[in-house]
Every structure is written in structure tokens, then in C-alpha cells.
Design a protein around this ligand. Structure first.
Ligand SMILES: Cc1cc2nc3c(=O)[nH]c(=O)nc-3n(C[C@H](O)[C@H](O)[C@H](O)COP(=O)(O)O)c2cc1C
Ligand SMILES: Nc1ncnc2c1ncn2[C@@H]1O[C@H](COP(=O)(O)OP(=O)(O)O)[C@@H](O)[C@H]1O
Length: 311
């Protein structure tokens, strides 16, 4: 799939396309509806679907929301849901005014937009709503399709709602809204070297990008995945996952760590991996001693096995 880092990288002779524009953080089920409609139109018109998406991490300001999907994962998901090409400008523009001089105008011109497909009310990336986009379409010669809002249990599916569920540790709800488990990506780094020696449960500690949406402290069932498995390597394992400051020990930093069930033979340092969160098991506790912690971890492992067996 083609991936451009800005409007200048789009070839001048690109031709025509169906275009979807947005932040698409999470690529949740609401986004998936927009993409499915855009992909269907693209097929009917025999045109490529190009998604212009802004990197949520590039957003300026103190109120920067936690990022559900980093650029690489988002691009993969956009491809899975039908994009032929993705354009990711390096920074998030101010909400676009949809004037002839604005960012959206430059993108749709370069991409030869036949139709722009958008979510309800255009979303966070533009001011003026669908009417302003339609007015731009009238001036620039493209049609606009607005996909109605998707609701789940009576409330709209939004990135903010998924962030809320993740922040509360409600990973089952996040999974329902995303249509897949939420994941945290990162490089495996060294921890305090207690897991293997002291506890009998080695854990891969993930160094995730600053600003990633990490579930609330607690113990979870899920999977530990290799992001780019070389041929012959295993791609992933069922895992018992801990998020927290390990309060049984003093002075811990907040970590995301995963124990791959029944394995003690892995060497994952330096690898790019992801932890997927499927079920919440319990809050993080401060135990009076190591034996109590080990007994709790043994129960967590059994619970993880049961939960994942029911998948
Ligand atoms: C399934 C699981 C459950 C855990 N639960 C707790 C807990 O409730 N309280 C706690 O202090 N640490 C908990 N931990 C974290 C351990 O304290 C941590 O894995 C250990 O300190 C090893 O740290 P290291 O990876 O830095 O060597 C848990 C870890 C796992 C894998
Ligand atoms: N079952 C497993 N799950 C996760 N990591 C494992 C497993 N078996 C071996 N490892 C390796 O052991 C490391 C964790 O060992 P540990 O003793 O917890 O030390 P530290 O937390 O200081 O890195 C992981 O980073 C990984 O390379």
C-alpha cells in the first residue's frame, strides 16, 4: 500500500479517487462503517480509496488525548478496511476551515476527489460541519457522503468513548467498540529482573510511546504479540498482563508487562511487540510478601487460561 507523508508526496498525475479524511484514532467500529461505505463507492466507481489521516500524537496542546492507535497500526487497519493509499501529514492541522485555501481543499484537489466520505458531522478535523464540506464540494466538483453515526448500547461510538473505557480498565467494552482487542505497542526493555528469578514468572516489559492509551492499573488476560515476526518465529502467545507500579515492591515506575503462559525460554529484549487486552481480571494489589504475590499470580494465570479458552 502507498503511504505519503504529506500532500507534496502525492504524485501530480494521481488521477481520481474516493477520499475519506479524519483522525480515525482507534479505527473503531464507527470509523469502520465510514471506511466500508467509502470502499464500496470506490469499488463501484473503479477508483482507489485514499484515506487522509492525521497522526493523533502530533496534536499540540496540553489537552492532548491518549492515542489509541499509533501511526503504523492505524495504517495497517486502514488498509485492512479497504484503503489503497494513506496520506499521513506529519502534524495535525488546526481544525480545517474548509475554505478554498484550507488543508482539505489542497488534499481533495491533489487526489482528484470524486466523492469525500465522512463520519457524522465531519468529526474533529473540520469546522462548519457537513454543510461546509458540501459547499467546498460544490466549488471543487466532488460529492459528499455522510455516514450516519453508529451507536452501541444507545450511545455513539467515538474515539473519546473508547479512551474512557480503556482508562477505566473496561477492556471488554473497548474491545466491543473497536471490534478487536485494544493493544499497547512498545519495545521490550529490562525491568527490575525480579520476574524470572524471584517470582518464577518472567515478564516482557513494554516501553510504549509517551501518550499511548494504557488501561487502568490492574491484571488482565490477553496476548503478547511480535509485531514483525521473522520467518520461523512464533507470532504470539496467550499472556497474563500487569499494568501498574508493582506496589508490593518499593518505588516502582508504572509498567505494562506480560507473562507468556507456560514459557520461560523466550528472549524478547529489544523486540517490537504489542500487548492485547481481552479481559480484566482484578485490580493491582499490594501484597504483604512475595509468597502471596506468587499465589495471586498463579491464580491469574489459571484465570487467563480459562478466559482465553472460551474465546
Ligand atoms: C499476572 C500478573 C499479576 C501481577 N499482579 C501484581 C500485583 O497485584 N501487585 C504487584 O505489586 N505486582 C503485581 N505484578 C507485577 C510483579 O510485581 C512484577 O511482574 C514483578 O515485580 C517483576 O518485575 P520485573 O519485570 O521488573 O522484573 C503482577 C504481574 C503479573 C504478570
Ligand atoms: N514467558 C515469558 N514471558 C515474557 N517474557 C519472557 C518469558 N520467558 C522469558 N522471557 C524473557 O525474560 C524477560 C523478563 O525477565 P524478568 O526476569 O521478568 O526480567 P526483567 O523484568 O528485568 O526484564 C523478558 O523480557 C523476555 O525477554
Amino acid at each position: 500500500m502507498r503511504c505519503w507523508r504529506g500532500v507534496e508526496e502525492i504524485p501530480r498525475d494521481w488521477g481520481r479517487s474516493v477520499v475519506a479524511i479524519g483522525v480515525f484514532d482507534g479505527v473503531h467500529r464507527g470509523h469502520q462503517e465510514v471506511l466500508a461505505r467509502a470502499a464500496e463507492l470506490a469499488r463501484k466507481r473503479d477508483l482507489p480509496l485514499v484515506v487522509v489521516t492525521f497522526d493523533a500524537a502530533g496534536c499540540a496542546g496540553a489537552a492532548r488525548p491518549a492515542v489509541l492507535t499509533g501511526p503504523r497500526h492505524k495504517t495497517e487497519l486502514l488498509e485492512r478496511f479497504g484503503a489503497s493509499a494513506v496520506c499521513v501529514p506529519p502534524s495535525v492541522p488546526e481544525p480545517d476551515d474548509l475554505s478554498d485555501e484550507g488543508d482539505a481543499s489542497r488534499f481533495v484537489a491533489r487526489l482528484g476527489a470524486d466523492t469525500v466520505v465522512t463520519g457524522p458531522g465531519v468529526g474533529e478535523w473540520a469546522r462548519g460541519g457537513v454543510e461546509a464540506l458540501r459547499a467546498l464540494g460544490d466549488r471543487r466538483g466532488f460529492a459528499v457522503e455522510e455516514v450516519p453515526v453508529l451507536t452501541d448500547e444507545g450511545a455513539p461510538v467515538t474515539s473519546e468513548r473508547v479512551r474512557g473505557a480503556v482508562a477505566e480498565g473496561a477492556v471488554e467494552e473497548a474491545r466491543r467498540l473497536l471490534g478487536r482487542p485494544h493493544r499497547v505497542e512498545g519495545i521490550v526493555v529490562h525491568g527490575a529482573a525480579r520476574g524470572r528469578e524471584l517470582l518464577g514468572f518472567p515478564t516482557a516489559n513494554l516501553d510504549s510511546p509517551v501518550g499511548s492509551a494504557v488501561p487502568a492499573d490492574g491484571v488482565y488476560a490477553g496476548r503478547l504479540l511480535r509485531l514483525s515476526p521473522a520467518s520461523g518465529q512464533e507470532a504470539g502467545w496467550p499472556a497474563a498482563v500487569s499494568v501498574g507500579t508493582n506496589p508490593t515492591f518499593e518505588g516502582g515506575e508504572r509498567t505494562v508487562e506480560a507473562y507468556a503462559l507456560d514459557r520461560d525460554d523466550l528472549d524478547l529484549y529489544g523486540e517490537e511487540m504489542a500487548v492485547e487486552f481481552t479481559h480484566r481480571i482484578r485490580p493491582t494489589l499490594r501484597f504483604d510478601g512475595i509468597d502471596e504475590l506468587i499465589a495471586a499470580m498463579e491464580r491469574d494465570v489459571e484465570r487467563t487460561r480459562e478466559l482465553l479458552a472460551g474465546e
